[in-house]
Design a protein around this ligand. Structure first.
Ligand code: NI
Length: 232
């Protein structure tokens, strides 16, 4: 699978350089749409730099504030407990990240060409709802094949661009209560169950859990970093 060809090298400065042996660049491609994170999370990016105040920041830093996702070969019960805790706390942390923002601020992209804060919040709901359903399918069927979706197109729909964020914040809170209760009931064997993604192949639930814990922190950091840069 293409993902196995990716090597990440961390240099002495803050930049992370990703080298891939994939023949074609995945940047902007839709191949991994619906896998969870943006398809570009796994793709090489140019190390263009921008000035933010007096501090120079790379586009990669803005796009991957906590680094890219690296699928673990396996996870321990302790690691999974920490990941479940991240999902449990997302509604509270996301609520704090957007607290007090007005409509102008909510409609500000977190980086040049990126989603707005409003789109990020609605993306959390869309993405995590898909993942919640995939967990349910994997727990109740034998390695089902799931349906990818075009997350960029979903984020461009009118509801994602215009609805008040409270609609998704409330939904995320309720959904995560269900999701976390399900995760806490899962056995070691359950985490070895999974689903087939039509484009990226078999995905264990243990890997999905790690991915969505990362995803929770990844997009929340987009918002908190924007606020820090803008002085909001
Ligand atoms: Ni995402």
């Amino acid at each position: 699978m293409a993902l196995r060809n990716i090597t990440t090298v961390t240099t002495t400065n803050t930049f992370t350089i990703t080298i891939t042996s994939r023949a074609s660049s995945g940047f902007g491609c839709r191949k991994f749409a619906g896998a969870g994170p943006s398809p570009a999370d796994f793709a090489p990016l140019p190390l263009r730099t921008v000035y933010s105040g007096s501090k120079m920041t790379s586009q990669d830093d803005l796009r991957y504030p906590i680094g890219r996702f690296h699928a673990p070969a396996s996870t321990s019960a302790e690691e999974r407990a920490a990941q479940i805790e991240t999902l449990r706390r997302l509604p509270e942390r996301l609520g704090a990240a957007v607290d007090g923002l007005d409509d102008r601020q909510l409609d500000t992209p977190y980086r040049e060409g990126g989603w707005t804060v409003r789109q990020l919040v609605h993306h959390f709901a869309d993405s995590h709802a898909n993942s919640y359903v995939r967990f349910k399918l994997a727990l109740t069927e034998e390695w089902p094949t799931i349906k990818p979706y075009d997350e960029a197109a979903w984020a461009a729909l009118p509801d994602s661009r215009t609805l008040p964020i409270e609609t998704s914040l409330n939904w995320i809170e309720a959904m995560h209560a269900r999701w976390v209760a399900m995760l806490e009931s899962m056995s070691e064997d359950d985490f070895q169950k999974g689903f087939h993604h039509p484009e990226i192949g078999p995905q264990k639930l243990a890997t999905s859990l790690a991915l969505y814990a990362w995803h929770s922190r990844h997009h929340t950091a987009h918002i908190t970093n924007l606020r820090a840069r803008m002085g909001w």
